[in-house]
Design a protein around this ligand. Structure first.
Ligand SMILES: [Zn+2]
Length: 261
């Protein structure tokens, strides 16, 4: 009995914490209560992180979930989004203009679908703290980070897959990593790398963000994000990293390579 009460209290506090800061407007096919709770638990976790960097107190995002891809594609046609983005192979997308995440085919694999939800909703929060144009690797890296988190009985755990770890090691062995170009890359260069080189861009962005979140002090990360928030400062992203990282960009490169070994 005591256990049950504690459990009820725990899930209540999760709901309150989400409702206090973030209102999720659910749309499309209904997400079962159990899955809604997982999403909200993950969002409490994400908000705890993003609040370190000046997230405002009242947030609202729309989450539109489709069980079937054909229905999702039709919806994207009607709101005019499929013209801008090739939607054939994606699992989900986030529209900053509409503040809406769209999930394409939840029924194909619901566990995978939940990960896609964590990914797309993280895009909303990243934009809230960094404004219109965050560096692509940070934007996708944070989303990959939260996508690879799992809500379990003992809390939330992040991991990189064995494939990702192996891929990073081989990138370094083959001399494929040019970190300076990568952190300064714009969207088209990032996606070009992604298409031509076995998911190079997303995996490297995920590893780099994991390094920033798990091996670098929160103060340093916060100083870096403060520099990104300053729209009058036109310096390249690599220069901004050099300014906050002890030893500059070279030390950042060396430490990251060691982290990847
Ligand atoms: Zn993304």
């Amino acid at each position: 009995m005591k256990r049950i009460i504690l459990f009820v209290m725990a899930s209540l506090s999760v709901l309150v914490a989400t409702a206090q800061y973030l209102k999720i407007e659910y749309a499309g096919d209904a997400l079962p209560k159990k899955e809604q709770q997982l999403v909200e638990q993950m969002m409490v976790y994400q908000i705890k992180f993003y609040r370190l960097f000046g997230l405002k107190d009242s947030l609202k995002v729309k989450l539109t979930v489709f069980n079937e891809r054909s229905v999702a594609e039709f919806y994207l046609d009607t709101i005019g989004l499929s013209k801008k983005i090739p939607v054939k192979n994606i699992g989900g997308l986030y529209s900053a203009k509409r503040k809406e995440a769209v999930i394409m085919e939840m029924d194909k694999n619901r566990k995978r679908g939940l990960s896609v939800i964590y990914h797309e909703l993280s895009h909303y929060l990243t934009r809230e703290i960094t404004g219109i144009n965050p560096p692509v690797w940070l934007m996708e890296g944070l989303s990959e980070y939260f996508e690879h988190c799992e809500v379990g009985k003992k809390g939330i755990r992040h991991s990189m897959t064995a494939y990702e770890k192996g891929r990073i090691r081989s990138m370094y062995m083959l001399g494929e990593v040019n970190l300076r170009n990568f952190v300064d890359a714009d969207w088209s260069l990032f996606m070009k790398k992604q298409r031509t080189d076995e998911r190079y861009a997303y995996i490297l962005a995920h590893a780099l963000t994991t390094f920033m979140l798990e091996n670098v002090s929160r103060q340093l990360l916060s100083d870096f994000i403060t520099l990104l928030q300053d729209k009058t400062d036109r310096a390249k992203v690599s220069e901004k990293i050099a300014r906050v990282y002890p030893g500059g960009f070279e030390a950042f490169e060396t430490d990251f390579e060691k982290f990847c070994e």
